[in-house]
Write a protein that binds this ligand. Structure first.
Ligand SMILES: NC(=O)c1ccc[n+]([C@@H]2O[C@H](COP(=O)([O-])OP(=O)(O)OC[C@H]3O[C@@H](n4cnc5c(N)ncnc54)[C@H](OP(=O)(O)O)[C@@H]3O)[C@@H](O)[C@H]2O)c1
Length: 253
């Protein structure tokens, strides 16, 4: 498997890679030559990824993980380094959304969104970071959202979690820059994935969403791949703490 920039010899972990954007990005890394560990709770989806990747000549490893759980995340990183001997790239992609008016939002739902999107990013970055700092190189890519950059009614928990991911990205970029580790973020707008299948199934809601996007369409998951390869390859060795927004112009209108 080859890509524009080779990731031969590199080991990547992609969280939330069972489906949607994570799966697409994990495939891109495998095609660029990285050995890819995929982590999420649904083991069957991870196994399907491994099978597809290995059939195409790549190397992949399924790591069932609950990103909100400290022990589970520590086990994930031990399993990956045990299997592949190292880790170079972490893509913090696991995420959930909740769209509930704030006065109706149970604290349990708020906590679940923050735990998955923000605490999960912290736990995985910390566990992988120990290896990256020890080897003096590495790339962390956090998947934020354009909802972190604009107000969105009904999405306070999600927007706050993703704004937290951006602030976390900038702080870690500064903390780890002297160690040769770059930490950047991608902030996608609407991309067609299982996350928003419900929204896309309703023609009126879909039309309303698409009207708000200057490009007048949703993104396709493979449109993130070139940016991910930029942020995981040598091209970004002097780039850290940045947020690449890919949203068809929605957040600059
Ligand atoms: N699609 C969009 O329009 C869009 C826009 C902006 C940002 N994003 C962000 O992009 C990322 C991926 O979104 P997507 O659209 O691909 O979502 P998706 O299709 O719903 O996939 C989400 C992935 O996250 C995993 N996940 C959820 N909770 C987890 C947990 N506790 N532990 C481990 N993994 C967990 C899921 O696997 P399991 O359920 O099996 O654990 C799944 O593999 C998310 O962070 C999302 O916020 C998406």
């Amino acid at each position: 498997m080859t890509g524009k920039e080779s990731l031969d010899g590199k080991v990547a972990i992609v969280t939330g890679a069972g489906r949607g954007l994570g799966r697409s990005m994990a495939l891109a890394l495998a095609r660029a030559g990285a050995r890819v560990a995929v982590a999420a709770r649904t083991a069957a989806e991870l196994d399907a990824f491994v099978e597809e990747t290995e059939r195409a000549g790549g190397k992949a490893f399924a790591c069932p993980t609950d990103i909100t759980d400290e022990d589970s995340v520590e086990r994930m990183v031990r399993a990956v380094t045990g299997r592949f001997g190292r880790v170079d790239i972490l893509v913090n992609n696991s995420g959930i959304v909740a769209s509930t008016p704030l006065v109706d939002q149970p604290a349990e739902e708020w906590d679940r969104v923050i735990a998955t999107n923000l605490r999960g990013t912290y736990l995985a970055t910390r566990a992988v970071g120990r290896h990256l700092l020890a080897q003096g190189s590495g790339k962390v890519v956090n998947i934020a959202s354009n909802f972190a950059l604009q107000g969105v009614a009904g999405h306070a928990a999600y927007s706050a979690s993703k704004a937290g991911v951006i602030a976390f990205t900038r702080s870690m970029a500064i903390e780890w820059a002297p160690h040769g580790v770059q930490v950047n973020a991608i902030a996608p707008g609407y991309f067609a994935t299982p996350l928003n299948a419900g929204l896309r199934a309703d023609a009126n809601t879909l039309a309303k969403v698409v009207r708000a996007i200057p490009a007048r369409r949703m993104g396709e998951p493979d449109e993130l791949r070139p940016w991910l390869l930029l942020l995981t390859g040598r091209a970004s060795d002097f780039m850290t703490g940045e947020v690449i927004v890919i949203d068809g112009g929605q957040s600059v209108r």
